[in-house]
Design a binder for this molecule. Sequence first.
Ligand code: 5GP
Length: 138
Amino acid sequence: MGCEQPAVVLPVRASFPFRPGRLNSRVMSTLFGKIVRKEIPAQIVYEDDQCMAFHDLHPQAPVHVLIIPKQEIAKLGDAKQEDAAVLGHLMTKVPEIARSLNLRDFRVVVNSGAAAGQTVFHLHLHLLGGRPFSWPPG
Ligand code: 5GP
């Protein structure tokens, strides 16, 4: 059941707002899972046993890197106490990765859920830099 879904559907912002549901979350999750398993290419800037960081395909700033856990957690809103170590690991890697990309100031964004703008349902931090950012965000 469910095998009739396409193997890869590129998540594009043009599709937002999409219908929340099983199709979207399963397909999107598979996409970053494929990057973790090196089944599809990405410009990787950092990797260890728990996480990976790679350039966003559609950068919203001169530097736009996604930092993801290798463990598949669909969204921050699903995180549990048992995920504390990996989430802490992601956050503590941010300054190291930012430094490696020559970023002094930067913004970190996590979209959790479709209404918040999440399109790929494998938890990820957006690390953005290289330009000024305004507040509040859109
Ligand atoms: P979200 O909208 O879920 O917070 O962020 C998903 C991000 O993944 C978007 O910024 C989008 O540009 C990026 N993205 C989608 N597909 C790919 C892909 O195949 N490769 C890479 N490197 N980034 C992707």
